[in-house]
Design a protein around this ligand. Structure first.
Ligand SMILES: [Zn+2]
Ligand SMILES: [Zn+2]
Length: 297
């Protein structure tokens, strides 16, 4: 199983972030889009602005291999624009050769209808196109948060996350390996989130968010040049709480993403070192870097 990070920035694309590692010095700052693939199957988690680069990779694969499967399963956590803009602005959605099957909660599908159904009075206000033009979008499937479904060889478990407007986390199990994708979630209190820990139990990889430090979340420290702002109730977690939950879950590798767009990418290493001092050797911990690939044997 291969995991590729096409977009790991939170909230809004931030091209000012420049990768110092992993990306060969190229610009990054795309919003959430993570590919989980293995021979014959491609699952993509969220369609943030990273979905455009993901689409380019699919076009390149199709050009090189005419027998490449044209099926892509898109699991969508929620319809906030940083997780959706790539679906609308990426060419993949409009290519009739593709068969993108979208899986999302009923609330997310309803929001998409409001934005993209041509009969909706609010279609074309935020985006020029509608579902009519999206020839590559094969269908839209409702998934009740908390339910389990199958995508080919993958078992997909889901969980409702704590986020304004709702959000859904996914746990993919393929063979003996499992990965949790659970961004845009606010811990209910400081420390371990028992529900999320249960969902992540013994997962090989957990991708979640580290948008804020504890001090930034409490409004004690500023993020960037502006004043300190309390961020409780905004639907995001602290790095410290995500680490506590991942350790309680016994997961193998915690990957923190949904980086705040103001945070300099160069500072992520310092946060990683600070968190590793807490984690010790209980798990592997890394900050998500755009372009990085994880291979799970
Ligand atoms: Zn987000
Ligand atoms: Zn969100």
């Amino acid at each position: 199983m291969r995991v590729r990070f096409w977009g790991v920035t939170g909230t809004i694309p931030s091209p000012s972030l420049v990768a110092s590692t992993g990306g060969g010095g190229r610009a990054c700052g795309n919003t959430t889009c993570i590919e989980v693939s293995w021979p014959g199957q491609t699952i993509i988690y969220d369609a943030g602005s990273g979905f455009l680069a993901f689409g380019e990779s699919i076009f390149a694969e199709l050009a090189a291999d005419s027998l490449r499967s044209t099926r892509i399963d898109l699991i969508l956590s929620h319809p906030h624009l940083d997780h959706l803009m790539g679906l609308v602005f990426g060419a993949l959605t409009y290519d009739p050769r593709l068969r993108i099957h979208l899986w999302a909660s009923p609330a997310t599908l309803e929001a998409l209808n409001i934005l993209l159904n041509p009969t909706s009075p609010t279609s074309r206000i935020y985006f020029p196109p509608t579902f009519i033009e999206m020839k590559g979008l094969a269908d839209r499937n409702a998934v009740i948060p908390g339910s389990t479904f199958e995508l080919g060889e993958a078992k997909v478990q889901t969980m409702a996350l704590r986020h304004p407007g709702g959000c859904m986390g996914f746990r993919l199990t393929i063979g003996t390996k499992s990965i949790v994708l659970a961004s845009d979630h606010e811990h209910p209190r400081q420390g371990v989130d028992e529900d999320l820990a249960r969902f992540c139990e013994w997962a090989d990889v957990v991708y979640t968010e580290g948008q804020y430090t504890r001090e930034e979340y409490e409004g004690l420290t500023a993020l960037g040049a502006g004043p300190p702002i309390p961020r409780k109730g905004w639907g995001h977690s602290t790095m410290e709480d995500c680490l506590a939950t991942a350790m309680a879950a016994g997961c193998g590798h915690l990957v923190l993403g949904h980086h705040d767009p103001i945070r300099p990418l160069e500072s992520l290493g310092q946060h990683q070192a600070r968190l590793l001092a807490v984690a010790g050797n209980r798990l592997r911990l890394s900050m998500a870097i755009e372009g990085e690939i994880l291979n799970l044997a």
